[in-house]
Write a protein that binds this ligand. Structure first.
Ligand code: NAD
Length: 294
């Protein structure tokens, strides 16, 4: 039995980020300012703190200026909206990221709506979601779907006419990813908690993408031989980070598979960096010097 191809998001991220760093240094040496990303964290959720730290560090490494705002757990909606209004108006801020989920007293939808769509590098504003529906490429694609699309394309995985099955219809991953897969002319099926006979659908997948947060949901007998399997899930089980996919079992069937960690996670952060530089280029009216980060 041959081993599946490992879709190495960490290695690809390193390559893409090196390119981004070179591009940014080029702008800076020609006298332009650095791109700027504002990251806002409300409260002390440990997982969110880790995600935010990763994003801020990744920015620094590629030469994006990051402004970190840590707000108190008891922050109210109006206070957060004031911070966003200030960031919307700042010339040196190209992207604004408010780490989700927000504490329950905050109107999350109101906050997403308040971020200027041209600085919405997470791609959650309805204007950017609408552009995803309309296949308008000047919007921001949410970072995880963007990262997955780049990973698949890098490994030469054809999507046109393929059966892509997405398990999980969340707002951050599954839903926007289904639209992006339609851009690629795939035949898309979206499954979720109410899907009857999940296995019937997963078995039909040429490309199976799971984004549920249910550890071990996707098992060997649910995967077609040779399928490409992308595991978006992140859960902690007995202190270990695991995905949705039973990696060992599914590896016996899959033609290609992403590891957890080291697959989709780093590509998500790379997607964020790419969106921030995309915003910068548009605002500074400069063009990409890179073929990998157009
Ligand atoms: P969500 O809660 O918004 O959506 C989860 C989806 O999974 C829902 O549509 C739900 O119906 C479906 N689901 C739940 N249990 C199911 C089951 N037993 N069978 C079929 N469908 C089921 O979550 P989300 O924000 O989309 O995140 C999903 C997972 O992806 C989480 O583990 C999250 O941590 C992870 N995530 C990872 C990255 C990354 O960079 N790797 C980025 C974002 C989210």
């Amino acid at each position: 039995m041959s081993e599946p191809l490992i879709l190495d998001g960490r290695a690809l991220s390193e390559k893409l980020r090196k390119e981004l760093r070179g591009e940014i240094e080029g702008y800076v040496s020609s006298g332009l300012r650095r791109p700027g990303l504002a990251v806002v964290l409300v409260g002390n959720d440990p997982a969110s703190q880790v995600y935010v730290r990763n994003k801020v560090n990744a920015c620094r490494k590629v030469g994006i200026e990051s402004l970190f705002y840590q707000l108190d757990e008891n922050t109210v909606t109006e206070e957060l909206l004031e911070v966003i209004a200030e960031l919307n108006s700042r010339e040196d801020v190209d992207g604004i990221l408010v780490q989700l989920p927000l504490p329950s007293q905050i109107d999350q939808r109101g906050v997403i709506l308040a971020i200027h769509p041209e600085k919405d590098v997470d791609g959650f504003h309805p204007e950017n979601m609408g552009k995803l529906v309309a296949h308008a490429e000047d919007g921001f694609i949410p970072c995880t779907p963007l990262g997955i699309d780049i990973l698949l394309s890098h490994y030469g995985i054809e999507l046109e006419g393929k059966d892509v099955v997405i398990v999980g219809a969340g707002f951050i991953v599954g839903r926007p990813l289904s639209l992006l897969m339609l851009w690629r002319n795939a035949t898309v099926t979206v499954c979720h908690i109410h899907t009857r006979d999940l296995k019937k659908h997963t078995l039909s997948a040429d490309v199976l993408i799971s984004a549920t947060g249910v550890p071990g949901l996707i098992k060997e007998d649910m995967v077609k031989k040779g399928a490409v399997v992308v595991d978006v899930g992140i859960s902690k089980v007995e202190g270990k980070i695991v995905g949705d996919v039973d990696f060992e079992g599914v590896s016996r069937k899959a033609g290609a598979i992403t590891p957890v960690p080291g697959g989709v996670g780093p590509m998500t952060v790379t997607g964020l960096l790419m969106n921030t530089v995309k915003s910068y280029r548009k605002r500074m009216k400069v063009h990409s010097t890179s073929t990998m980060n157009p």
